[in-house]
Ligand binder design. Sequence first.
Ligand code: NSS
Length: 432
Amino acid sequence: MKELFIKDILNEQYIGKKITIKGWIYRKRELKENIFIVLRDSTGIIQCVAKKENFSEKDWKDLLDLQIEGSIEISGILRKEERAPEGYEIEVSNFKIFDKGSPFPLHGREEISTIMKYRHLYIRTRKQNAIMKLKSNLLKYLREELEKLGYIEVNPPIIIPVAVEEVQTLFSLDYFGKKAYLTQSSQLYLEALIFSLEKVYCLAPSFRAEKSRTRRHLHEFWHLEIEAAWYKLNDLINETEKYLKKVLERVIENDKKLLEFLGRDLKPLKNAIEKDWQRIKYEEAIEILQKKGLKIEYGNDLGADEEKVLTLEFEVPIFVTHYPRKLKAFYMKESGNGKTVENFDLLAPEGYGEIIGGSEREDNYDILLNKIKEWNLPVENYKWYLDLRKYGSVPHSGWGLGVERLLMWICKLDHIRETLPFPRLRETEILV
Ligand code: NSS
């Protein structure tokens, strides 16, 4: 194991002391009688200098042979060195090589096809390291803030018999001779669970065989979903705004350094914490888009392009509510004399667009049954779901948040593939 990490030694306390640190070669250059090594570990980087006069010929050759990403334990005295990347340097007195490594295939300017091929190595980059740390923290805040609101974590199944969202995006599999699917959403199960626990959430992978190849679609993503008994649409929207503001506040408080490392301008995140979020009806969204010159009519869905235009109109996240019923899933509660549904999509600013889809659910047995038929879904498979409207039905609402979508905006990333170590995307075979 290892006792000291690089972040621990970058302080006055260790200056002049002999320390031992394990890690990988991040950079290496030879200068006359010195070898400069920048060592990296999970927590940071530190410069190390080895002077030829202190080593035997064999040891010196071993150091010269070390490749980028070779693994090593280095011991030496720590001192301040302004010219070093973090302001500190270790003067190497001994070392132990674990693996001298092989010529590393990634240098930092590769085409995306090469990066995807070497994904298992690419995740060692400092950018990926920062994103993965941020994601780990973000997941913690998302969970903890839900717990504070009284939500209970539950674990619905991943192998399921029916569609929740569009039938066309189901991944099917053979379940002992019967057709089953990978879940698109745990919503229907969460709905069943509110009758016992009232407020529930789950964090699980969801799967979508989307046809579209965009910078924001994955085939496998982490889905945070909540469901709450007695909540009407407005209760849900009000709570969601407060909840996500709290989550963003914690990101800014605790992860500022990681965001700065990624070059993220904090202003848009601060705006989202401090200002009221925008709430507009789908109908108004269409009017705004038409005024902007887009060819769109009432009844058309809002795609990535339309969402982008809308988000650039406002500095804060936008709740777009009350979509036409036909554009949305069968389970949403109708309003406006059956013209619209009680739903919202939450759009992240700066062109990012949808990060949450949520709604009040249809709680009336007959209306729901008719909608399942109208949507051409096999009624017998939804019998258990319909049962929930027979034994003490209550108003209830919930949403699903795409964790990678949220992280993508928080870090202002160009492509969603950066938010997962091993993204599942259509354009790349599953190599890793
Ligand atoms: O299809 S959603 O809009 N809504 C549902 O699945 C509901 N059944 C959730 C619920 O109410 N419990 O997906 C929810 C969110 C959406 O806003 C995105 O942020 C994310 O899930 N999502 C995706 N992220 C990445 N890649 C893909 N393909 C994807 N599809 C949805």
